[in-house]
Design a protein around this ligand. Structure first.
Ligand SMILES: [Zn+2]
Length: 93
């Protein structure tokens, strides 16, 4: 599903920038491809993470500060309390 959505999105981008005579008549559809691809990606995103909390699914994670990143002391690990997603972010504290 995500592959198809990504492909449609990519098609749109290609069509959008394509300037060849062969693709020119399709140029008007480029924006539909891009929008369609994005919508499909969003749907795939929501459908694929069904086990997660809905807030995590739309990207609102509840990050908790963890230990410092060993190789980069200015950064810390953050872990979401609900889904366990981890990220690194700068922290001076
Ligand atoms: Zn989360």
């Amino acid at each position: 599903m995500k592959t198809i959505a990504g492909f449609v999105f990519l098609m749109g981008i290609i069509l959008f920038f394509a300037d060849t005579e062969v693709l020119a008549p399709l140029g008007g559809f480029a924006v539909y491809f891009i929008v369609g691809g994005l919508v499909m990606l969003a749907i795939a995103q929501l459908a694929g993470n069904r086990e997660k909390n809905w807030r995590c699914r739309i990207g609102f994670h509840d990050f908790e500060r963890k230990e410092r990143v060993e190789e980069v002391p200015a950064m810390r690990w953050y872990r979401c309390k609900r889904c366990g997603k981890e990220k690194r972010a700068a922290s001076i504290v």
